[in-house]
Design a protein around this ligand. Structure first.
Ligand code: UTP
Length: 242
């Protein structure tokens, strides 16, 4: 059956995938959501490393590994996470994560769902997801994270930080640039290379809490969702006040 809609790329944070809290139930339900979404359009999922990657990177740094070697450890963890999720998808997804954007694009043409991790050193899976979206002419990128969307500052540091409901492409690229400039490897809500790719490709980006599966499915389906939106117009809705 031909697909009716353009591909969607989901960037799934490693800290969303494995939280140490009901992970089995979450992963099984997530797999059901992904299979449903992929019935209507090609779906590519890029999985992050989360705290597990950081644990290896911190230990490796203490042991004297250099930045490229540390990135390689991080990439290996993201690919391990991709393999775990791919196995849950059964015949809908290849079990080996593609190692490059080209391999991923070729796999997207053949499989309903493709799950991958990182590719090469010096960026994060946000950049992989954004570049893959460009490569396969995706219509939407969804970033599933462990907060409800973008905040002007880190909400764990400042719980009163204002929520960012909507940003244009240029504004988004500038916001990420200002927060990441001159500090290689600094952890920010989105990767600088990924933000440049989003601004250049003008593929809209939805940011949601990845543990709220109903909301994640709405975002992947292009329906109204709770979270942040980068792009023209406003598709989602802001989170309810606590
Ligand atoms: P992540 O994409 O998980 O980075 O990759 P992150 O910033 O920790 O993202 P969250 O918290 O999961 O959302 C983990 C590490 O793997 C390396 C980097 O060192 C990154 O910090 N990596 C990942 C690469 O070097 N290249 C890639 O393509 C992907």
């Amino acid at each position: 059956m031909p697909h009716l809609a353009p591909p969607v790329v989901l960037s799934l944070g490693g800290s969303v995938l494995l939280r140490g809290d009901n992970d089995r139930k979450y992963l099984e339900s997530l797999a059901e959501v992904l299979v449903r979404v992929a019935a209507r359009r090609p779906l590519a999922v890029v999985v992050g490393g989360g705290p597990t990657a950081r644990q290896y990177i911190d230990l490796g740094r203490d042991l004297g590994l250099n930045e490229v070697e540390l990135d390689e450890l991080g990439i290996a963890i993201t690919r391990l996470h991709a393999r775990l999720l791919a196995h849950l998808l059964g015949p809908d997804a290849p079990s080996s994560p593609p190692g490059t954007l080209t391999e991923a694009a070729e796999a997207v043409a053949r499989w309903p769902i493709v799950v991958m991790g990182g590719t090469e050193p010096s960026h994060t899976t946000d950049a992989v997801a954004s570049l893959l979206a460009e490569r396969i002419h995706a219509g939407l990128i969804v970033n599933a994270t462990n907060v409800k969307g973008f905040y002007a500052e880190d909400p764990r540091v400042n719980p009163r930080a204002p929520f960012v409901d909507h940003m244009g492409f240029a504004e988004f690229a500038e916001w990420v640039r200002v927060h990441t400039e001159g500090t290689a490897g600094q952890h920010f809500v989105f990767d600088a290379l990924g933000a440049r790719s989003v601004a250049r490709s003008r593929i809209p980006l939805a940011v949601v809490d990845g543990r709220n599966l109903e909301n994640l499915e709405a975002a992947l389906e292009g329906q109204e969702f709770e979270g942040s939106w980068v792009g023209p117009g406003r598709k989602g809705r802001a989170p309810r006040k606590r």
